[in-house]
Design a protein around this ligand. Structure first.
Ligand code: ZN
Ligand code: ZN
Length: 332
């Protein structure tokens, strides 16, 4: 039997996207941290707009701060609070002291100006164009960052805006702030498109919280060996996590062509591949299930090295958890 999710003592509840008073958030970094701690999180990345900050002085034995920022730059057709395109990416540093940023943005917020002096700014060209964006992503990868593509729906993006992007680590499938604001920010389709364009890219749930009401709605559960910076980054890089806005996944295994998942109370579990090899197990009416099995022998008959599967657990309230893609060679 092979375990597809790591067997570790504990999965760390993680939010990779939040704002504070350093940019346009309502709460201070310390207040945001306390709120997430109280909600049972162990890992938090404060990603203020265009300000890369090392918050490791806020670490505690049971709480880890990741260094990051949200980079954003608009198309000339961008109109605030209305429409038009904009790129928003989270840059998550693989080392806590890495405060490089690809853009020197002068912000008016006094607190941000203070942090601005601590950043290493590169002053790259930042226009809303795919080639320029790919140059930025490549540079960010080279400089030691995971690059996450944020809220493509809110950003008014369609296929041409993301199909040619390369070097992305993850994409926001669910974003609490957008969801709570009523936007149809369910980006499983964007994620699938990027997978089918031969990108190994992971699905992320995050809050993008600017205020307390949006904190704790979507997250990832990271299967890191221990609560240490390098361990958590290692789990993120390898895809040793799943995203959720409700259900928990306890185990995911494969044995003799049968994929088995155990989870918290669910209405259904579905299995997808890149195309239309799909399966769904649903609980009886008004009941829930806690495990599901899928015989994927027919998948193996036609799969090639780019073929993958992923699973989605849906709870009675509609909340869901999604695994990363698992490719043929990992399943065999
Ligand atoms: Zn954003
Ligand atoms: Zn944001």
């Amino acid at each position: 039997m092979k375990h597809l999710l790591p067997r570790v003592d504990k999965y760390f509840k993680t939010n990779l996207h939040t704002h504070t008073t350093i940019s346009d958030g309502k709460q201070t970094p310390q207040e945001v941290k306390e709120i997430y701690k109280a909600k049972g999180y162990q890992v938090l990345c404060l990603t203020d707009h265009n300000v890369m900050v090392d918050h490791s002085n806020m670490n505690e034995p049971d709480f880890l701060m990741l260094t990051g920022m949200e980079l954003n730059y608009n198309h000339e057709n961008y109109r605030p609070k209305f429409d038009g395109k904009t790129y928003h990416f989270n840059l998550i540093a693989k080392r806590p002291d890495n405060v490089w940023t690809p853009w020197n943005v002068r912000r008016t917020n006094p607190e941000a100006l203070e942090y601005n002096k601590l950043m290493e700014c590169e002053n790259m060209d930042m226009r809303h164009e795919v080639d320029i964006t790919n140059a930025m992503i490549a540079k960010a990868n080279e400089k030691g960052f995971l690059v996450m593509y944020n809220h493509p729906t809110w950003s008014c993006h369609s296929y041409p805006d993301y199909a040619s992007l390369k070097g992305l680590w993850g994409v926001e499938v669910r974003n609490t702030d957008c969801y709570n604001a009523g936007i149809d920010e369910n980006n499983a389709r964007v994620w699938r498109d990027l997978l089918n364009l031969r990108n190994r890219i992971y699905p992320v749930g995050s809050d993008d919280a600017h205020k307390v009401e949006d904190m704790g709605g979507s997250w990832i559960m990271a299967g890191a060996e221990k609560l240490a910076y390098s361990s958590v980054i290692d789990a993120l890089e390898k895809g040793d996590f799943y995203m959720s806005c409700g259900p928990e996944i306890f185990d995911l295994t494969i044995e003799e062509n049968v994929v088995k998942i155990t989870c918290s109370d669910a209405r259904s579990v579905s299995l997808n591949n890149h195309g239309r090899f799909t399966r769904r197990v649903a609980a009886e009416e008004n009941k829930t299930l806690n495990e599901a099995e899928f015989d994927i022998a027919p998948f193996f008959e036609k799969a090639d090295e780019n073929s993958f599967i992923y699973l989605t657990v849906v709870a009675a309230d509609g909340s869901y958890a999604t695994t990363r893609p698992y490719y043929l060679k990992e399943l065999k």
